[in-house]
Design a protein around this ligand. Structure first.
Ligand SMILES: Nc1ncnc2c1ncn2[C@@H]1O[C@H](COP(=O)(O)OP(=O)(O)OP(=O)(O)O)[C@@H](O)[C@H]1O
Length: 362
């Protein structure tokens, strides 16, 4: 069933209220800037404890207020979860079933949740770090231990960079071996996930886009493809002078590249904006399917204004290839033709100035 209700208190522009959400499909319909995406963000926050739009918690609190709260009940896999997230005096506190969450990592497997939005195009045509981010996210959702590897890699990298800036040559050997050890694990995990991901991604791309391309995601790791710890140490030492000169570490997983290769070409150099956007959405479909397979739970889908930017044929295939989901939340503009997404038990809310009204006109 997913979420059955959600209480909003001083959250963004949404009026203090409790919404019933007890349907497999829920639509939020309203003009621009009324609070539809804010509602999707609230669901995501309760699933993962963080927003998909911002890392600044202060932005979540209603302007002029010093506190906010979101409280929801969700049924997942025959369990009922009471989720509570609040911010008071700039401190965020999260609890699940009354138990405080110490680390958001604990929430990763409670309710898998995938968001589809305009910004997904960034994973395709944005800077390389956006693609790394996407695969880090996918990997972390499937295997929370990966979060520990990433955190520890980033910590070591930061210390090594500081050491380079300070010119502390005596410490570099220690950081090099730590970086090599953790970086190698990340590289292996990335190679694995890209390989597995490609299996369904290639087929999804073919079926949804109907473009005459053989598409693959090519993982180009910064260190040698089948590097060993010894090779990496040698490489770090070889680059040491340059790293010292630049005051930064110039090789390692933080420099990895992921390239969409279509018929041997980098797809981003030949694709139209519409095709790039579609590829971004296909990536999310592949992510949702991958996650459903790995975690064994049906995900919650948040579809923010994405369907109507696809042509009718693409829209149909897109919907057909979504994984079996627990619950889906859609946003639509009022004048869009969205009735085909509404079935007998769909909850349809009209959203205006942060007020949500259940529409019972159909
Ligand atoms: N902390 C906040 N306090 C009060 N209002 C806020 C806060 N953060 C955002 N808003 C308001 O929320 C509105 C944006 O809502 P939202 O992003 O949900 O739009 P939307 O309905 O999804 O529209 P669109 O279709 O344009 O994306 C804006 O009017 C913005 O000023």
């Amino acid at each position: 069933m997913g979420f059955s209700n959600l209480r909003f208190y001083q959250f963004r522009n949404i009026a203090n209220t409790t919404l019933r959400l007890d349907s497999r499909n829920v639509c939020f319909v309203g003009r621009n800037g009324q609070g539809k995406t804010n509602a999707l963000e609230a669901i995501y926050l309760l699933c993962y404890g963080s927003s998909f739009r911002t890392r600044q918690d202060a932005l979540l609190v209603h302007h002029g207020s010093s506190e906010m709260a979101l409280v929801g009940t969700a049924e997942v896999d025959e369990r009922t979860l009471e989720l509570d997230l609040r911010i008071q005096n700039n401190r965020k506190q999260i609890s699940v079933d009354g138990n405080p969450v110490q680390d958001r990592k604990e929430m990763v497997h409670n309710i898998p949740c995938i968001v589809f939005c305009h910004d997904d195009i960034e994973f395709v045509s944005g800077a390389p770090d956006r693609r790394r981010w996407f695969f880090n996210q996918t990997m972390s959702m499937a295997e929370p231990q990966y979060i520990d590897y990433l955190r520890s890699y980033n910590r070591i990298l930061k210390s090594r960079n500081q050491t380079l800036k300070d010119g502390r040559l005596d410490l570099l050997d220690v950081y090099d071996s730590q970086l090599a050890e953790t970086g190698l694990i990340i590289q292996q995990k990335r190679r694995q996930i890209v390989q597995q991901f490609n299996l369904s991604f290639q087929q999804l791309f073919r079926e949804i886009s109907e473009l005459p391309y053989e598409m693959t995601i090519d993982y180009r790791c910064s260190w040698d493809d089948d590097s060993t710890g010894t090779w990496i140490l040698h490489e770090l030492r070889r680059r040491r002078d340059m790293d010292l000169r630049l005051g930064t570490t110039t090789s390692g997983p933080h420099r990895d590249k992921l390239v969409f290769v279509a018929n041997g070409m980098d797809f981003t150099t030949v694709a139209s904006t519409g095709q790039l956007r579609l590829l971004g959405l296909i990536l999310r479909v592949a992510q949702a399917r991958y996650l459903a397979d790995m975690v064994g739970l049906r995900p919650i889908l948040l579809l923010d204004d994405v369907l109507l930017e696809l042509d009718p044929q693409r829209r149909k295939s897109f919907m057909r290839f979504l994984p079996a989901y627990l619950q889906a939340f859609y946003t639509f503009l009022p004048d869009e033709e969205f009735s085909q997404y509404i079935s007998g038990d769909t909850l349809e809310y009209r959203v205006q100035h942060g007020q949500f009204e259940l529409f019972q006109g159909r």
